[in-house]
Write a protein that binds this ligand. Structure first.
Ligand code: TMP
Length: 396
């Protein structure tokens, strides 16, 4: 039988990306898995081959907070304004509401947040938002339907790509979304990932990296269609898909055709693009190692900035650890005083003082490059330099 998928990239043995290590656990064995990436010829879905249960990845120790970045907060605010002016929903449900950075832009009585990581969900619950510390699935959708009725807008940013059972996700959406409702999904763009050699979009939480082509194939199975596509700079290039039921009379906007053409032109529908990408990733690894080695030869002090889940993939794939990076700085409290997964580099609380006498800063949070370079103007002016690995490893 002819197989309809291809494994095109092997990123080696990796730890779970958001599992920052406490000092007392440094000597314990870390869970590792083989990170390989697959392209499905039929559905056009690109996914990792080894997945973990949601309970393993999203629990009450989850460190990620949307509010840690101005870029994210501004993006949510801008979208909220547009939703209020143009879509005018009466009831909104957010799948993966995190710390409430999106729903806080609306009246409490018109929003429902779903956030399975209880430590994060607590933040909105304490502010009296309607939030549920549960995984999004058919049984939860039925429970919410009984209590709140249908909703006319569902928003989900950087969450659907984390859920393995997409069939359950969309069945649940169909249960709760009114026929005239709008579904807005936002996730990293496969096209931008490939264009920028951003192989660190792949880690255990990012089960899928979607393209328009794969999202369109997926949603049509549930009587839905994409009617608008926005390309965003968020997270190194994301796509916001505006989706409606097929029955709803609403024009398919030009942006949809444009995105489809761009993806076909880049050959996202054929395996050649993925094999070429894999070659570029190997080259990127060689160049990054060379760059770090050269800096160390010159006895330069290097630190990391933004201990992201993405940087877990880069550091472990390239074998860059404590020999090269003295410590990381991060603004997220739950990451501070812990160690990076796999490479065990100390993460310190961000402060300008910690950047004194530093020559090079590896930008783990490259997806917030603009925001961070602006914030660190003084460091750059005084001769400090940033190292970035995408689109090509280089010193900025
Ligand atoms: P993310 O790429 O998974 O969104 O994570 C971004 C990480 O970078 C998060 O831990 C917060 C951190 N960060 C800083 O430390 N300083 C900053 O200025 C920004 C924007 C992010």
């Amino acid at each position: 039988m002819k197989k309809n998928y291809y494994n095109f990239l092997d990123l080696g043995n990796q730890p779970l990306a958001n599992f920052y290590i406490k000092k007392k656990n440094l000597k314990k064995n870390e869970k590792k898995y083989r990170l390989k990436i697959r392209f499905d010829k039929e559905s056009k879905l690109v996914s990792i081959t080894k997945t973990f249960s949601s309970k393993t990845m999203f629990n009450n120790e989850y460190p990620y907070r949307s509010a840690m970045s101005k870029t994210m907060k501004n993006s949510f605010l801008k979208l909220s304004k547009e939703i209020k002016e143009k879509i005018k929903p009466k009831k909104i449900l957010e799948i993966g509401s995190n710390d409430g950075s999106f729903i806080k832009n609306f009246n409490k009585d018109m929003t429902i947040g779903i956030e399975p990581c209880a430590n994060v969900e607590k933040i909105t619950k304490n502010k009296r938002f309607n939030t549920y510390p549960n995984y999004w699935n058919v049984s939860l959708a039925n429970k919410i339907l009984k209590k709140h009725g249908k909703v006319d807008l569902i928003y989900s940013a950087n969450t659907i790509s984390h859920i393995k059972d997409l069939d359950d996700v969309f069945k649940a959406i169909k249960i709760i979304l009114s026929l005239n409702g709008t579904l807005i999904i936002e996730d990293p763009s496969l096209l931008e990932c490939l264009r920028n050699n951003a192989y660190d979009q792949f880690y255990n939480e990012h089960i899928y990296v979607f393209s328009y082509l794969s999202i369109n194939n997926l949603v049509k199975k549930y009587g839905l269609e994409v009617y608008r596509v926005d390309n965003l700079e968020i997270h190194g290039g994301s796509i916001r898909y505006f989706i409606k039921s097929k029955e709803k009379k609403q024009k398919i906007e030009k942006s949809v055709i444009n995105q489809k053409m761009k993806e076909i032109k880049f050959k996202l529908n054929s395996k050649i693009s993925y094999y070429n990408f894999a070659q570029r990733v190997k080259k990127s690894k060689e160049l990054l190692i060379k760059l770090f080695k050269n800096c160390k030869k010159e006895e330069k002090k290097i630190i990391g900035y933004g201990a992201t889940a993405k940087s877990t993939t880069v550091l472990n794939y390239c074998g860059i650890g404590k020999d090269y990076i003295d410590y990381f700085l991060d603004t997220t409290r739950d990451k501070q005083n812990k160690y990076t997964p796999g490479t065990k580099i100390l993460i310190k609380k961000y402060s300008i003082k910690q950047m004194k006498n530093v020559d090079y800063v590896f930008l783990g949070a490259w997806n917030f490059k603009k925001e961070i370079l602006l914030k660190e103007k003084k460091f750059i002016k005084s001769g400090g330099k940033f190292i970035i690995h995408t689109p090509q490893p280089k010193v900025l």
